[in-house]
Ligand binder design. Sequence first.
Ligand SMILES: [Zn+2]
Length: 369
Amino acid sequence: MSTKWTFVRVVYYMQKREFVNSFLEEIPLGETPHSLPCENPYSLTAIRESSIVKAVRQRIVEHLGKGSLKLFGNTEHLTIKRYGGGKRKPRLLRRVLYILLALALLLFLVCACLLQSASRAVPVLNYHQINDWAENPLTVHTDQFEKQMKYLKENGYHTITPAELLDAWQKGTPLPEKPVVLTFDDGYVDNYQNVYPILRKYGLKGTIFVVTDFMSQYPNYMTWEQVAELNGSGIIDIESHTLSHPELDKLDKDDRWHQLKDSKDILEERLNKKISFIAYPCGSYDEELEQLTKDAGYRAAFTVHYGLTDPSENPFVLDRIPIFGGNSHTFLRFKLRLAFTPIFAPIENFNRSLAREGHSVLTRIIPTP
Ligand SMILES: [Zn+2]
């Protein structure tokens, strides 16, 4: 006849370890299939007779107090758990503490978001191509773009130029309610074909950073005539994106200067206006470049670092909010980025640093819109 065993599982806390150790030594175990050493957080010991199980329960109740015990199981399997009474917090209390901690964190993030939006931080949206044929990561489809512009218009946003932004920060000129800067990098012909009419339709303003060597050179970039027409429209502000779009931080000092200063001079001559802003190609910059950009006569420069621009920022490394990503860029993403950049930007920037270090799996676990 096979022997019937009952397992007693005693869950206890560190400070009760001595008690459990000595207590288990008192249990007449007989032949045991399992007799594990008494280790935190529990001990598993097999007992053969139900009368002993009863005694075990009684013994534990005597030592730990009935009210604090939870007994599970039957004679086949008896689990005795003790909660409370020790230094360790009860599980329920710990859960409540975790929830409170999470709520406090959330509140902190929301406050940070609200504080930042209440301050003079401004979203600078960064677009590239707006068309329905180039399915690449820089594209936003035309109907999607129009939806976004309509949203800005209907939700009280006011588009401003980089000059208006800097004037507000440096000279104290007033900004309209809910200011936003729309920027378009490179000078694609679809900016002329699609962006211009849509901005005009909704009474919005935009800034195009053009690569001067590419104008009137390649079919997917604007001609100089188109650039001039946009510049005279009162809707589009033209600024510099260098001569030929190199990553400036990889050039020597002379070439950097050439790219910064000559593109500015060419634009000023062709458009008969002062060029005061530049977007660094690929967002690449370093400290020397910031100084050179200043020396070349620019007032400010934009990167592709994700974030709101803020008057406390160095004006030669202004953040922007990327609005591109081909088909994956949904309207919801646009709205989330517009409203919650102070929350999402640090997460996205952390993700990017993880990706750079090769932790691609981690970046998939931490999604951002
Ligand atoms: Zn570019």
